[in-house]
Design a binder for this molecule. Structure first.
Ligand SMILES: [Zn+2]
Length: 334
């Protein structure tokens, strides 16, 4: 089955920009005009009150505000125990840890977005992954794109997922052998792995090292999914065609976009309530019918029936798990 809930392709991102600008103005005032303490109204949906109940509760404007505006404005993590709350595309993150801007084998990109925050388990995995590819895979280091916002949650631009600190985007461009300036980290373009036509990888840019780093990403027990463009999945299937152990290949999930970067998703940390796991992956290598179905979609996209569906309304704060309000409102440390 094809799911489009992961990363938005670049085109959709660009298209959504205009809408985003409109969304910024109104909800910010909703945020600042509300008290910062939760009230009974925050946990009692208005619709659940008996008709004619008096006195009427003050409308909870903050609960009805788009969560992407509220969480997009959070500049610091919630100083609470680390916890991924909700599901990958509807949730938030307590106790986020920041990936260092520079590490021994990585550099964080697009610093102005302030999205290099994740659950400590993900940050530890990224640090380990970076060291492993540098030591073993002929890959000088990782350029790390978006992880999550300081308190997770929906974002003003891009990404349906990345909300609970368990998703990270890694560029398919190797880290240069020098420290990038802040401006370069904003301006540098990633390279698409696709050949013209978009149905295969481009042998001019796709290398054996790409195969190695994607294999390694899938090798970690905590990694449940590695999202890549169908053409990259196909290239991975072909590069490993003679291998017997193919279970790890099943973690490489085809999805739109994801040819400039790949996306690592780790499992819900064990033993913590409130993190909603995804359905398990099918269990085969995904190189057969699933990939064929994707190629059918790529070569002959289904014609839309009827008028285009309206955009779903943005997720409101009340539409997130209840604990996300406490995450949003926890006072920053100092
Ligand atoms: Zn992503």
């Amino acid at each position: 089955m094809v799911r489009v809930s992961d990363c938005l392709p670049a085109l959709a991102r660009a298209v959504s920009l205009a809408g985003v600008i409109m969304l910024v103005a109104a909800p910010v005032s909703a945020q600042t005009s509300e008290p910062d303490t939760p009230t009974a109204a925050a946990t009692t949906p208005q619709a659940a009150e008996p008709a004619g109940a008096a006195p009427a509760a003050k409308p909870d404007k903050k609960a009805a505000a788009p969560a992407k505006v509220l969480f997009g404005a959070a500049k610091t993590p919630a100083p609470l125990a680390a916890r991924a709350i909700g599901n990958y595309a509807r949730g938030c993150l307590a106790g986020a840890q920041q990936l260092a801007i520079d590490g021994p084998a990585w550099q964080a990109m697009r610093l102005s977005r302030n999205r290099n925050w994740g659950h400590p388990r993900l940050i530890a995995l990224l640090e380990r992954f970076a060291a492993d590819v540098r030591a073993n895979d002929g890959w000088p280091g990782l350029l790390v794109g978006d992880i999550s916002q300081p308190r997770g949650g929906p974002m003003l631009t891009g990404h349906a997922s990345h909300q609970i600190g368990l998703d990270a985007d890694i560029w398919l461009t190797p880290m240069p052998d020098r420290r990038l300036t802040e401006k370069e980290r904003e301006d540098l373009s990633a390279t698409t792995m696709l050949a013209e036509g978009g149905l295969a990888v481009n042998p001019q840019v796709w290398t054996a090292q790409h195969v190695r780093i994607l294999r390694r990403a899938a090798s970690y027990g905590e990694v449940e999914r590695v999202l890549v463009h169908p053409a990259i999945k196909k290239a991975m299937c072909e590069a490993t065609a003679g291998e017997k152990d193919r279970a790890w290949l099943g973690k490489l999930r085809p999805i739109w976009g994801h040819h400039f970067h790949f996306h690592i998703r780790i499992a819900c940390p064990p033993g913590v309530a409130g993190c909603v796991a995804q359905a398990p992956i099918p269990g085969d290598d995904g190189c057969g019918k699933e990939l064929e179905d994707w190629y059918k979609l790529l070569t002959a996209p289904p014609k839309p029936r009827g008028p285009p569906k309206p955009e779903p309304p943005p997720i409101t704060l009340a539409g997130l798990p209840a604990d996300c309000r406490a995450v949003l409102e926890a006072p920053a440390k100092n």
